[in-house]
Ligand binder design. Structure first.
Ligand code: CTP
Length: 395
């Protein structure tokens, strides 16, 4: 996701410094060009060679090192950066950044850098709560720097409280949000539904389906990366929801109906990927379903068609997209759903095609609108998500 992007990591003297080796490695796996600058204190916690091995670049520490490829290395790197992250950021370096002190390679580069800057403070709780530090953070925010809230937990000094650097996986998500995509969906409110629904038969059992939620989660993440304000209404899934998305967990079709309908008017785009159960048990009770011969008889009632309701209430300018899972006559059945539910687009899946449908990381879909039809080749669900959003953006 970071192909062609230059990420500069500034590492300061805190025990969390060693975790930045994992972050550097994750960024390399995302195809970023990673450069690391350390303060001298940071080298007490992790050796520059670790970063040099991972990034294939000289790890910069001292401004007066004569061994540079460019003699204005700090300015050069600052100009190349698509993003600079300072993590862990010590109270000392935060103080310098907030007050214009540039006395080493890291602070000099930061001073010269116009790219977005993310700062992850990491320190003892009392230091973090010190009003001087808080004022410095406020000042940095006012200069447009993003401050990543430290996590709470047991700190290196054995105190328990706020001050821990978030895990590298979390820092990676911050970097992706800032640098991975153009913000071409900024200002759009996008509502996505995902996963199956569960319909209780009795207090123990339920009816559900094979949906894993992967497609909907991929759309929610991709829309968030492209700058949209995203709400994800999700049935029970085993997936980690994407960060920076407003997640609303639901269980039954009725729960999903209420959650979606109550947010319809505020949404610019609604994408229903959820495999909503078409039927639910009419009553939730042990006695009614057990027959005298021991067999089960479950009277079923149709659930409300959420998408059809949305289609009936669609406001001007709102874009409504549904999904259809078909085993035969895919195009014909999907087209009829598009018309019946008053949709702007339907994403048709043929469950019989290899690589499509439930549980896989790939999908094969056709994007159908009232006046067009685009058959996409086999691609990852993340890529499909991107293509769906491209199509919506064009309309
Ligand atoms: N859908 C919905 N509410 C339901 C059932 C389906 O909102 N109670 C939505 C799904 O999220 C999907 C679209 O309708 O986006 C099409 O779902 P699908 O199950 O393929 O179509 P149905 O209209 O339920 O028709 P059928 O199951 O008979 O094919």
């Amino acid at each position: 996701m970071l192909q062609g992007k230059t990420i500069v990591l500034g590492v300061t003297g805190s025990i969390a410094a060693y975790k930045i080796a994992s972050l550097a490695s994750m960024l390399i796996k995302q195809h970023a060009d990673v450069h690391v600058i350390m303060t001298k204190n940071a080298t007490n916690f992790i050796h520059p060679t670790a970063f040099e091995t991972l990034t294939n670049h000289k790890c910069l520490v001292d401004t007066f090192d004569r061994n540079f490829q460019f003699h204005v290395a700090h300015v050069n790197l600052a100009a190349q950066a698509d993003l600079m992250m300072i993590a862990p950021a010590s109270a000392n370096v935060i103080g310098k950044l907030a007050n214009g002190i540039a006395d080493d390679m890291l602070t000099t580069t930061a001073m010269a850098c116009k790219a977005p800057m993310l700062i992850a403070p990491a320190m003892n709780t009392n230091m973090y709560e010190n009003p001087v530090l808080q004022d410095n953070l406020e000042k940095l925010r006012s200069y447009g720097k993003e401050i990543i809230e430290p996590a709470s937990g047991m700190l290196a000094c054995r105190d328990v409280g706020k001050g821990k650097m978030p895990e590298p996986e979390v820092l990676l998500q911050y970097i992706l949000r800032t640098a991975a995509r153009e913000k071409d969906l900024a200002g759009k409110k996008i509502l996505v539904t995902a996963g199956p629904t569960q319909e209780a038969i009795d207090p123990v059992r339920y009816i559900t389906n094979h949906s894993t939620g992967k497609m909907g989660y991929a759309i929610a993440q991709e829309a968030m990366l492209r700058g949209a304000e995203v709400t994800l209404i999700t049935g029970p899934c085993a997936l980690e929801p994407p960060m920076f998305v407003d997640v609303c967990p639901v269980v039954s079709a009725q729960d999903m109906y209420e959650a979606v309908v109550s947010r319809q008017q505020e949404s610019d785009v609604i994408i229903m990927t959820a495999a909503v159960a078409d039927y639910r048990p009419s009553t939730v009770s042990d006695e009614k379903i057990k027959k005298a011969d021991g067999s089960l008889s479950i009277p079923l009632t149709r659930t409300t068609d959420i998408l059809k309701t949305l289609g009936e209430r669609k406001r001007t300018g709102q874009f409504l997209c549904g999904f259809s899972m078909e085993t035969q006559n895919m195009l014909e059945n999907s087209r009829s759903k598009l018309a019946k539910k008053n949709l702007d687009m339907i994403v048709a899946n043929n469950l019989k095609v290899a690589g499509a449908g439930f549980g896989t990381d790939t999908n094969v879909v056709t994007l159908i609108t009232p006046d067009s039809e685009k058959e996409l080749p086999l691609m990852s669900k993340q890529e499909v998500a991107g293509r769906i959003l491209d199509e919506i953006k064009m309309r």
